[in-house]
Design a binder for this molecule. Structure first.
Ligand SMILES: NC(=O)c1ccc[n+]([C@@H]2O[C@H](COP(=O)([O-])OP(=O)(O)OC[C@H]3O[C@@H](n4cnc5c(N)ncnc54)[C@H](OP(=O)(O)O)[C@@H]3O)[C@@H](O)[C@H]2O)c1
Length: 256
């Protein structure tokens, strides 16, 4: 391999992935370990994390689990202490954990609102701030936030989710600007629909047909599609990229 391609190698990097117990986060965690990173996988369900650990450990990389509810800032501080004690550093933070409610805006309850925002926006911000503070001490780090095509387009029933994902794109730019002097790159990945466990109930029948009709490449995204973007943004190959949202969406946003 020519030296310039070694920039994509993540060997001996430490990556922390939230929401790694299933779906996109799980496959990103395994993919990062395959690319050479030691990983710390986080979510609320320990038994699911241990299942993911078994799969990721086959790569030979160090895999650690940490149980955390990111709605609670003091629990995120516990994660920071765990990283410092058990890895000593963090090169990559993937803010993937999220919660989505699909219902007409008229019917959204205060609990729906709080759970979506406390997980997907407050939790994400305080993960950036808390885990990012280790990166500030190091003078280097890569933060990747999970956005969505709905940050730039609309489907009925997803008003709050769309608003918070648009907020993530803008927050990503704001943090990229504030933290560039500390060597911290902050970017986002915005997938179109991926058939993860949390989406299986909605991505069916006529709804699935509608979604496919809006994607010029005429299929859903797979976690495999997202992996190239994650590895690029995690690696030295993207060291001059910050404040960007990369749409991995089969052309959805371009076609809107
Ligand atoms: N799937 C799609 O079509 C799609 C499209 C665009 C963007 N996205 C975004 O991609 C990300 C992953 O989506 P997904 O469909 O794979 O899964 P998801 O169902 O949105 O997220 C589930 C993950 O987040 C964890 N989680 C939820 N609340 C948490 C909390 N309070 N604290 C810690 N962890 C928490 C869950 O684990 P525990 O239950 O174990 O805590 C699980 O691992 C999300 O940010 C989503 O908005 C998804």
């Amino acid at each position: 391999m020519q030296d310039r391609y070694k920039k994509f190698d993540l060997t001996n990097k430490v990556a922390v992935i939230t929401g790694a117990s299933e779906g996109i986060g799980r496959d990103m965690a395994v993919g990062l370990a395959e690319a050479g990173a030691d990983i710390i996988i986080c979510s609320r369900r320990e038994e699911r994390l241990l299942e993911v650990k078994k799969i990721a450990a086959k790569t030979g990389r160090k895999v650690q689990t940490y149980t955390v509810d990111i709605q609670n800032v003091s629990e995120i501080k516990g994660l920071k202490a765990f990283i410092k004690a058990n890895a000593g550093k963090v090169d990559i933070l993937i803010n993937n954990a999220g919660y989505a409610v699909t219902k007409p805006a008229w019917e959204v309850s205060e609990t729906d609102w709080d759970t979506m925002l406390d997980t997907g926006f407050k939790g994400l911000f305080f993960c950036c701030q808390t885990i990012g503070s280790i990166m500030r001490e190091q003078g280097y780090g890569k933060i990747i936030n999970l956005s969505s095509t709905l940050s730039k387009s609309i489907v009925p029933g997803r008003a709050v989710y769309a608003g918070l994902k648009a907020g993530i794109n803008h927050l990503t730019e704001a943090l990229a600007m504030e933290w560039a002097p500390h060597g911290i790159r902050v970017n986002a990945i915005a997938p179109t629909a991926v058939n993860t466990p949390s989406r299986q109930a909605t991505l069916q029948g006529p709804m699935l047909e509608k979604v496919l009709a809006r994607i010029p490449l005429r299929r859903l995204a797979t976690t495999e599609d997202l992996l190239g973007a994650v590895i690029y943004l995690s690696s030295g190959a993207s060291d001059f990229v910050t404040g960007q949202t990369i749409f991995v969406d089969g052309g959805w946003v371009a076609a809107r």
